[in-house]
Design a protein around this ligand. Structure first.
Ligand code: ASN
Ligand code: ZN
Ligand code: CA
Length: 521
């Protein structure tokens, strides 16, 4: 009889438990029945006084539960007898000589040779559903390479394997889609560049990944952020403690505390229970992950340098320190003084801004003074604001905690916070490196107009939305600008990026042109 559903147990688990007496639970001696080549032929069932025969006779009686073929597919792979004389058998399913992943069955005989229980979970596989008759089209070596390629895309160039990789051909019943696959099962197991142990099910016909899961490595913690919100965090378990280390994004994200001192990176944050209470650290860790994901998902960029560069964040830098920064190697957040600012990591657009300074250093590398410096600041604001996409403000979640509604800067109306919104109003003095945090308002406003649309200085722009606008500005930064680009070059570059992405006569290119015209460029 064929069956359609997964067979849970032949007999119930309760019976199994009930049948195990304290004596039977005593240490199991090694197989007192010598292991023989598994046999499944009718002939063997005719043997007398053989416990194996009892097992197969029993399976033959279970046809109301078992696919008729299953009896012939189950091979005894282990026999043992414990001190009470109870015999334990472990059987494994093979179809066309290929093992079926996870398809094992245990059966137990009491000292009189009667079956007391059986337990297993055999997948419902029809023999004719086995792809290519169980013959692989790629080699085990190909499968190992496919797995290593996926692992490399997640954590970077792999170090030496902790276990020599091997790939075993299996039949795999995929519970999610109900399909039967012929797969190689292999494991990537490395410590460098980050600890990773992942099991892969590689399609033995085309090398694609059918399924995969991480065996060790990361844990999911929960924490409370600066604003009292609860969030999940990717962390790492190390022995009995948890570390604020995410190994699943690029070469990792690690969050430290400077403990109100000024040496970096400080100490890695840990927890005994994976419940995180350092609110500034919770936000820094979660928002670094969100920023990584934004760059990965939207632009397929693997981290700050495009090559998975480790993101290190330090919170509680200095005492009442009213700033955050990228120092060329990591991002750093002060706690704020509590009145002008609260902890800087509490705002996703600020975390995105600081990490974007890192991205800029690895791309256009805009010089941090005068117009190139203001472009540097504007791109940091534009990306930070777009990562959050909550409003057009910068720093509204951390600025003046006792005054609601204000912010550090506004992309839609830079003049609200003493920034120019047209080129003729630009600051030409020497403060702030030649006004890098001032003149950025001009470019911020151009971005806002391109995304949202509007009329400014008599020029009307049809908005193309944040998504297209940010793709154009990202491409401008990564592909077109150079370290000494000024605003005029930024205009040319952004228009060219829009034409290259959307077409020379596209509405997108027109919107960018008008947006720059509206700010007097
Ligand atoms: N928070 C400031 C910024 O990222 C620090 C600086 O002046 N560079 O722009
Ligand atoms: Zn900045
Ligand atoms: Ca405020």
């Amino acid at each position: 009889m064929k069956f359609a559903k997964v067979m849970p147990t032949i007999l119930g688990g309760a019976l199994l438990l009930a049948s195990v007496s304290p004596a039977a639970a005593a240490p199991i001696s090694d197989s007192s029945i010598p292991f023989e080549a598994p046999y499944t032929s009718e002939e063997s069932i005719l043997l007398t006084n053989n416990p194996d025969e009892t097992i197969y006779n029993y399976l033959g009686q279970q046809e109301q539960f078992l696919n008729a073929d299953v009896k012939g597919q189950l091979k005894i792979i282990k026999r043992s007898t414990d001190t009470s004389g109870v015999r334990h058998f472990r059987l494994k399913q093979y179809i066309k000589g290929v093992p079926v992943y996870g398809a094992e069955q245990t059966i137990h005989l009491d000292k009189n040779g009667a079956v007391t229980s059986a337990l297993g979970d055999l997948p419902p596989i029809e023999e004719q559903a086995i792809p290519n008759d169980g013959v692989p089209a790629i080699s085990a070596e190909d499968a190992i390479q496919a797995a290593e390629k996926e692992a490399t895309s997640r954590i970077g160039e792999l170090g030496a394997p902790e276990l020599e990789p091997k790939a075993e051909l299996n039949i795999y019943h995929h519970e999610e889609d109900g399909q039967t696959y012929l797969v190689y099962i292999t494991e990537v197991n490395v410590l460098e560049p980050a600890p990773l142990r992942t099991k892969y099910f590689i399609n033995a016909l085309d090398g694609s990944i059918v399924s995969q899961f991480d065996i060790i490595n990361f844990a999911t913690g929960t924490g409370t952020g600066v604003l009292g919100d609860t969030k999940t965090l990717t962390t790492t378990q190390s022995g009995s403690t948890f570390q604020l280390k995410d190994t699943t994004r690029g070469n990792g994200i690690q969050t430290y505390s400077a403990n109100n001192r000024s040496s970096l990176p400080g100490t890695l944050l840990t927890s005994s229970n994976n419940i995180w209470t350092d609110r500034a650290a919770v936000d820094a860790h979660a928002y670094a992950a969100a920023t990584y994901d934004f760059y990965k998902n939207k632009f397929n960029r693997n981290g700050i340098d495009g090559n998975g560069l480790l993101i290190r964040s330090t919170v509680h830098y200095g005492s009442n320190y009213n700033n955050a920064f990228w120092n060329g190697a990591q991002i750093v957040f002060g706690d704020g003084d509590g009145s002008l600012f609260r902890a800087f990591s509490a705002d996703l657009d600020v975390v995105g801004h600081e990490l974007t300074h890192g991205v800029i250093e690895y791309t256009a590398d805009l010089e941090y003074r005068n117009e190139p410096g203001a472009l540097n600041e504007a791109f940091a604001d534009i990306m930070g604001n777009t990562i959050e996409s909550k409003n057009w403000l910068l720093g509204d979640d951390i600025y003046t905690p006792n005054i609601p509604g204000d912010a550090l800067r506004s992309l839609s109306n830079p003049t609200l916070y003493d920034q120019p919104d047209k080129y003729s109003d630009r600051y030409t003095g020497t403060q702030d490196n030649g006004g890098v945090h001032i003149n950025s308002g001009i470019i911020n406003k151009a971005y806002y107009l391109a995304a949202q649309g509007g009329t400014h200085n008599g020029v009307t722009v049809s908005g193309i939305g944040r998504d297209k606008a940010v793709r154009i500005f990202y491409s401008t930064l990564v592909n077109y600008l150079t370290p000494t680009s000024k605003f005029a070059a930024a205009k040319t570059a952004t228009i060219q990026a829009a034409k290259d992405l959307y077409g020379a006569n596209s509405a997108e290119a027109t919107a960018i042109t008008k947006a720059y015209q509206a700010v007097g460029l």
